[in-house]
Design a protein around this ligand. Structure first.
Ligand SMILES: Cc1cc2nc3c(=O)[nH]c(=O)nc-3n(C[C@H](O)[C@H](O)[C@H](O)COP(=O)(O)O)c2cc1C
Length: 346
């Protein structure tokens, strides 16, 4: 059955199912990555800009111990500030290294030197061309419907078609691919596989909080918004062209469209000389950055971000990653059925 889905991706990495479980900082640790890889796809450890080298070392060691191929995912803009964790991750010889969002070339070169397959996410055709020039072995055409950070300029299908017509390296599709129908569609278009985040974010092995799982389970495809409000609130140094797609909540309702006011409120807080945030205001209300850190720690999803793409409308939560991978594998049946339709009409 899986022969229908042999692609450059499955051959490069020795997979049964042409799916990469995307790096998701704060959601995809080694446990999820290993579970996905054991099931025949490949999983990535998401490494956020605030992770310590020790944490990264422990995570990659766990994946190495599991004895399956795994990937690691970094943000190029964060590596430019500190690349210690990158070196630690490369020492563990990950099969796949994802570097996105910023100037990728130096990191692509170093990851290739240790024999890794290197993937770069691109949100425009220009970014895809730059990724190929930088030496990426896989270009991920990532549309604006995707969860988490990235560009919101082009949707997955128009981007995928143009990128497939433009670059020579294998192309993966990302953004809104949440099950076998989406995978079959992008394979039929010529992609070598799918790069999937949201569909794995609620898996048993993911680190999403119980509250995040609850809101993900309830959300529909129209329940997400794209923007920078969470980055502004947390004073994260994401380049402005890479906003994030997350579930609508009280915080996005209050601040989306009022980014200048939010930045002003945060910088007033910042002027207060207090470590990790500002002082409470006269009414005893904590400053925005402190309140956001607290909301994240306490799993208060009315304020903290729950990063998700538009595919959230059809995902299940609290299911093992192996079940999600097995569901994706059913794309082979869909592809066979569509081949029969083509045969019948020709
Ligand atoms: C919760 C979450 C966290 C993410 N964190 C990262 C990350 O750390 N690094 C990265 O390159 N991409 C990250 N992404 C983006 C994914 O790599 C991928 O582009 C996206 O999930 C694909 O779209 P989908 O969510 O519709 O499947 C994240 C996505 C989500 C949903």
């Amino acid at each position: 059955m899986l022969e229908d889905m042999r692609t450059e991706l499955t051959q490069l990495l020795g997979l049964d199912v042409p799916v990469v479980a995307a790096p998701m900082a704060g959601v995809a640790d080694a446990r999820l990555a290993v579970a996905v890889s054991r099931a025949g796809a490949i999983g990535c450890i998401g490494i956020g800009s605030t992770r310590t080298p020790d944490w990264v070392g422990a995570q990659v060691a766990q994946a190495v111990d599991a004895g399956v191929p795994f990937g690691v995912g970094f943000m190029a803009w964060a590596l430019a500030v500190d690349s210690t964790a990158f070196d630690i991750a490369l020492e563990a010889r990950p099969a796949l290294v994802s570097i996105s969002f910023g100037e990728v070339e130096p990191w692509v070169t170093r990851a290739r030197e240790v024999g890794a397959v290197v993937a770069v996410q691109a949100g425009t055709v220009a970014e895809a061309v730059a990724a190929e020039r930088a030496g990426a072995g896989l270009v991920v055409a990532r549309g604006g419907e995707a969860g988490g950070h990235g560009r919101n300029e082009v949707a997955t299908l128009p981007l995928l078609q143009e990128v497939l017509d433009t670059v020579s390296v294998p192309v993966l599709a990302a953004g809104g691919i949440s099950g076998p129908r989406g995978l079959a569609a992008v394979l039929a278009a010529g992609a070598a596989g799918a790069w999937v985040g949201t569909a794995f974010a609620g898996c048993t092995e993911a680190t999403s909080s119980p509250a995040a799982r609850r809101v993900m389970a309830r959300a529909g495809a129209t329940g997400t918004v794209y923007g920078r409000v969470f980055d502004i609130a947390q004073r994260l140094a994401w380049p402005p062209e890479y906003g994030g797609r997350a579930l609508v909540n009280d915080f996005t309702r209050e601040w989306l469209g009022r980014e200048t006011d939010l930045a002003a409120a945060v910088s007033v807080d910042r002027a207060v000389p207090a470590a990790g945030g500002g002082a409470p205001d006269a009414g005893g209300k904590p400053d925005v950055t402190t309140a956001m850190a607290r909301a994240r720690a306490e799993g208060d999803v009315s304020m903290a971000p729950v990063y998700c793409g538009q595919g959230v409308g059809r995902i299940r939560v609290d299911v093992p990653a192996a079940e999600v991978v097995a569901e994706f594998a059913r794309a082979a049946d869909l592809l066979r059925a569509s081949a029969r339709v083509v045969d019948a009409v020709s």
